[in-house]
Design a protein around this ligand. Structure first.
Ligand code: KG4
Ligand code: ZN
Length: 347
C-alpha cells in the first residue's frame, strides 16, 4: 500500500437539489467528488420540492459515501476532518447532511466542521488552480446569490456588492419559465440563447449605482414583451428573447466586476504585504458561472487587469469538493465551526 496523502477531508453537501460526497487532500486535490443531481425528481413539479429533496438526500447519502471512499481509494481511518454545509440552503436538506456528518463524526471519532456554502463556491477556484491564493475579488452567482466579495485571506470575506432583489440564477430560472422552458431553467435558457440574436429583441440593461445588482425590472420587461408579442412569439422570437435576457444579465454582472476592479476596494488588501499593491486575482463562481456567454465575456472584461479563474462546470454547480476545500482552509484559519443549521447564513 502506497503512502496516504495527509490532510484528507471528507465533505457532505445537501443544501439544495444535489447530493454530494467528496474526499479532498490538503484542500487542493480532489480524490473523489460524487454528485447526484435531483433534476429528474423535481422536473415534473417545475422546481425543487423541499420535502422530496430532503428525503432523497437521506436515501442516497449512504451509497454516495461508499462511492466516494471507494473512488478515492481511502478508508474511514484515513479521513482527518469531516465537513458539512450548514447553510445557506433548504432547512430540511441541510439537516439531513448535518445529521449524517455528525453520525460519522461520532462513529469515526473525527472532528466535524460546519461550512458556509457560499465560501465553498469561492473555494472551488482553489481546486481549479492549486497556486491560487487570496487576496482576491470574487463574484458568486448562484440560484440565490449575486454577491461581489473581497477575500483578503483564507477564511475571511467582505461583501462589497449584492443584489437588491432577484439573484442572477433566480432571474434565469424565472425567465426560462416565462419562455416555456422547464426546470432547471438556467442551462435550458443558455442552450436556447445560443440559437438566438439578442439585437432582434433588445431588453433593458439593469444599472444601479455603485456595486449593487437588480434583476426584477429586467424580468418584468421580458414579461411585458411576451405579452405584447402575444401570438407572434414563435421559436425564433423566443430564442432571440433568451439571448437578449442572457446578454442583459451577463453584461450587468460584468459591469460591476469592471467597476470593482477600478474601485478603491482593490487597494484595500494589497497583494504584497505593506506594498500598497492591488488585488490581482478574480474568481467568478457558482452555478451561473457555468453560463456560456458569461464565461466568454468575463475573460474579455477582466482582460489583462487581473487573472481570472472560473471553475470548470462541474465545480461551478453544487458539489462537496468545494465544501471540503473551504473546510480545510477555514479550519486552519479559524478552527472547527459548529454544524448548527442556518438556512439564511450570510458571508
Ligand atoms: O450554485 P448552484 O448550483 O446552486 C445554488 O447554490 O443556488 O446554482 C444554481 C443556479 C440555478 O439558478 C441555475 O439555473 C443556474 O445556477 N445555472 C445557470 C447555468 N447553469 C446553472 N444559469 C445560466 N446558465 C447556465 N449554464
Ligand atoms: Zn450553490
Amino acid at each position: 500500500m502506497g503512502a496516504r496523502p495527509l490532510g484528507l477531508t471528507l465533505a457532505i453537501e445537501t443544501s439544495c437539489d444535489e447530493t454530494s460526497v467528496a474526499v479532498v487532500a490538503d484542500g487542493r486535490r480532489v480524490l473523489a467528488n460524487v454528485v447526484h443531481s435531483q433534476v429528474d425528481l423535481h422536473a415534473e413539479f417545475g422546481g425543487v420540492v423541499p420535502e422530496l429533496a430532503a428525503r432523497d438526500h437521506l436515501e442516497r447519502l449512504p451509497h454516495l459515501l461508499d462511492l466516494a471512499l471507494e473512488g478515492a481509494g481511502v478508508q474511514p481511518a484515513d479521513v482527518k476532518l469531516l465537513a458539512v454545509t450548514r447553510g445557506p440552503g433548504l432547512a430540511g436538506c441541510l439537516l439531513v447532511g448535518v445529521g449524517v456528518a455528525e453520525g460519522l463524526s461520532a462513529a469515526w471519532a473525527r472532528p466535524v466542521t460546519g461550512v458556509n456554502h457560499l465560501w465553498g463556491h469561492i473555494y472551488a477556484a482553489m481546486l481549479t488552480r492549486p497556486d491560487l491564493e487570496p487576496p482576491l475579488l470574487g463574484l458568486v452567482v448562484s440560484g440565490a446569490h449575486s454577491d461581489l466579495v473581497l477575500m483578503p485571506e483564507h477564511g475571511r470575506f467582505e461583501v462589497i456588492g449584492r443584489t437588491r432583489d432577484d439573484a442572477a440564477g433566480e432571474a434565469f430560472d424565472k425567465a426560462a419559465r416565462m419562455l416555456g422552458l422547464g426546470y432547471p431553467g438556467g442551462p435550458a435558457l443558455d442552450r436556447l440563447a445560443r440559437t438566438g440574436h439578442a439585437e432582434r429583441q433588445p431588453l433593458p440593461r439593469p444599472s444601479l449605482p455603485g456595486l449593487e445588482y437588480s434583476f426584477s425590472g429586467l424580468k418584468t420587461a421580458l414579461l411585458y414583451r411576451l405579452r405584447d408579442l402575444g401570438e407572434a412569439v414563435g421559436p425564433d422570437a423566443r430564442a432571440d428573447l433568451a439571448a437578449a435576457f442572457e446578454q442583459s444579465v451577463v453584461e450587468s454582472l460584468l459591469e460591476k466586476v469592471d467597476a470593482a476592479l477600478s474601485s478603491p476596494f482593490m487597494g484595500r488588501y494589497p497583494a504584497k504585504p505593506g506594498g500598497g499593491g492591488e488585488i490581482h486575482e478574480v474568481v467568478i463562481c457558482g452555478g451561473v458561472a457555468a453560463n456560456t456567454l458569461l464565461r466568454r465575456r468575463a475573460a474579455e472584461v477582466v482582460g489583462g487587469r487581473a487573472r481570472l479563474t472560473m471553475p470548470p462546470l462541474d465545480l461551478c454547480t453544487d458539489n462537496a469538493a468545494m465544501v471540503a476545500a473551504a473546510a480545510h482552509f477555514a479550519v486552519a484559519a479559524n478552527g472547527v465551526e459548529p454544524t448548527t443549521v442556518d438556512p439564511s447564513l450570510g458571508w
